[in-house]
Write a protein that binds this ligand. Structure first.
Ligand code: ATP
Ligand code: MG
Length: 541
């Protein structure tokens, strides 16, 4: 069967299959377990898994845990949960830290070939001698140590004979190379830090640029797909796989794609860390965060996120995606799937003076009018109702088709009512509206221009509803350590609201009719359910 490529990566894979005779495509998703996955990572997850799937291949999950100071099991767990939730299944889980012995052997192999050396320069000195884009770097005075000396010193590094930072192992490539990454890059550094998985077994840790290509090769990865900032590292990636004699062809191939950037959303784990550690948010899954766990908690369906990743496509150059594209995917998904329920977010009491106080009726509300013959559920009607404050205007301006003094409105699934009296509190605020049901509206030829939702006071349940806004003040950009100044104090708004009992049964996001999509939050209690806004009904732009 001929496979039609839908982006440049798939085209490259097809070329490799034809040229190198690859018979199985293997990709990997390589997160560093130093934070929760965010929406940017989803793009990478989708590309990694879907590229392999397209060619009948497999994808490994590899925790890129070569930085012992920042990594933790909590992140390892959350990353797995998020990928499963997105609907992807990895073939195997690996940890770069499980390859430490193999990587150590690779380092020895390069030393023996005269392609790596132990260097005594400090990090600052290495940087100072690296040169610039226009100027060659200077060779380290330790560059020409003998193989024997390098082997002995490297063994001493591993044995813990040196303090942090005193020595490094560097690849011996070319200090005059036009690509600065090729100017004798560091392969190993000394760090006397406990690793969350390896404990104190190691006090030397491999650098990403060395560990990543060799880990790919070890797993038989055919295509190592990563974001664009690694493009300049590709020559080094190739150098390590081609020069290490423990690695045999076919070599893995790195292909870069554009990172996902969303306008007004900071996608960096360092920023998210700062928010969490500084208690600016209530954990990694705070619904204001751009993490997957937060989007899930906000009621975003996994399918909508995957649809978003498919819509933004796979491109070679960076671009800025507008956030409403993601929201549109969520809205379309929920419009088609979400159950409709009645909720009054900011209640105003309505008393129906001509409806018997001891009477109730059951009104039928469709669970989803976009689905043909969708089931309906009953909502109880009585003489005392809540309507939305914004559905009444005492002094209406312009065309206002909802309730106003002496005006009529249709109550969804029930009667047309007329507002007879606005009852005020002592402070002048509105206490309630006294209204009457127009039982014979049809005979009288009375039509209502507007239809509003409602709940029976006695039959509804008090709850808290929450809406979320940007974490940073309008126009502010993130700078490390500046959060106090730029954080938006109004990013969370809560209301005392009411819902119909049916809403409590729903675990997925539902449509609060006319008001937006909401989902029950994990902080709900038996006394006070809490609902998070998923997305509004309409695009605000
Ligand atoms: P951050 O910059 O947020 O700290 P990272 O790149 O350090 O993220 P990793 O855990 O190293 O996070 O990322 C795992 C994979 O996800 C990498 O292949 C990386 O290229 C990819 N990735 C991270 N952020 C994005 C993004 N915004 N768009 C696309 N891919 C991304
Ligand atoms: Mg990274």
């Amino acid at each position: 069967m001929e496979i039609i490529p839908s982006n440049f990566i798939e085209q490259a894979v097809i070329n490799d299959i034809n040229e190198k005779g690859l018979n199985k495509i293997i990709t990997r998703f390589p997160p560093e377990p130093n934070g929760y996955l965010h929406i940017g990572h989803c793009k990478a997850v989708c590309i990694d898994f879907l590229t392999a799937q397209k060619f009948g291949g497999i994808t490994n999950l590899r925790f890129d845990d070569t930085n012992p100071a920042k990594e933790d099991e909590e992140y390892v767990r959350s990353i797995q949960e998020d990928i499963k939730w997105l609907g992807f299944n990895w073939e195997a889980i690996y940890y770069a830290s499980d390859y430490y012995d193999f990587l150590y052997d690779c380092a020895i192999d390069l030393i023996k070939q005269g392609k790596a050396y132990v260097c005594d320069l400090s990090a600052d000195e290495v940087n100072a001698m690296r040169g610039t884009l226009t100027e060659a770097g200077k060779e380290s005075p330790y560059r020409n140590r003998s193989v024997e000396e390098n082997l002995a010193l490297f063994a001493d590094m591993r044995a813990g004979k040196f303090e942090d930072g005193v020595k490094t192992l560097r690849a011996k490539i070319d200090m005059a190379h036009s690509n600065i990454n090729m100017r004798d890059p560091i392969m190993y550094r000394i760090l006397h830090t406990t690793h969350y998985r390896q404990g104190d077994k190691w006090c030397i840790y491999p650098m990403y640029d060395f560990a990543h290509p060799l880990s790919d090769a070890k797993e038989g990865i055919t295509h190592s797909l990563c974001s664009l900032e690694f493009e300049d590292h590709r020559p080094l990636y190739n150098w390590f796989v081609e020069n290490c004699s423990l690695i045999k062809p076919p070599y893995p191939r790195q292909i870069e794609f554009a990172r996902l950037n969303i306008d007004g959303t900071v996608l960096s784990k360092r920023y998210l860390q700062e928010l969490v550690k500084g208690n600016y948010v209530d954990g990694w899954d705070d619904p204001r965060m751009p993490t997957l766990s937060a989007l899930r908690r906000k009621g975003y369906p996994a399918d909508a996120i995957r649809e978003f990743c498919s819509r933004i496509g796979v491109a070679k150059s960076n671009s800025l995606v507008q956030p409403h594209i993601l929201e549109a995917c969520v809205r379309e998904n929920l419009n088609a799937n979400a159950t409709r329920v009645m909720a009054v977010l900011q209640p105003l009491k309505v008393v129906l003076t001509n409806y018997p106080a001891d009477k109730t009726e059951q009104c039928l509300i469709s669970n989803n009018p976009t689905i043909e013959n969708a089931p309906k559920h009953e909502v109880t009607f009585s003489n005392e109702l809540y309507i939305e404050q914004e559905d009444f205007m005492e002094f209406p301006e312009g065309k206002f088709h909802r309730l106003k003094p002496d005006g009529v409105v249709r109550l969804m699934g029930a009667y047309i009512i007329k507002c007879d009296e606005v009852v005020k509190n002592e402070d002048g605020s509105i206490k309630q509206l006294n209204c009457s049901v127009i039982y014979d509206a049809q005979e009288q030829g009375i039509k209502a221009k507007g239809t509003i939702h409602w709940l029976s006071c006695k039959h509804s349940i008090p709850c808290k509803t929450r809406k979320f806004f940007n974490l940073l003040k309008e126009g502010e950009t993130y700078q490390k350590g500046m959060l106090d100044k730029i954080i938006n104090p109004n990013s969370l708004v809560e209301y005392n609201s009411y819902i119909e009992p049916f809403a409590l049964e729903q675990t997925n996001a539902m449509q609060f009719v006319r008001m937006g999509y909401y989902v029950k939050d994990k902080t709900s209690t038996a006394d006070l359910p809490v609902f998070n806004e998923t997305v509004g009904l309409k695009d605000s732009k």
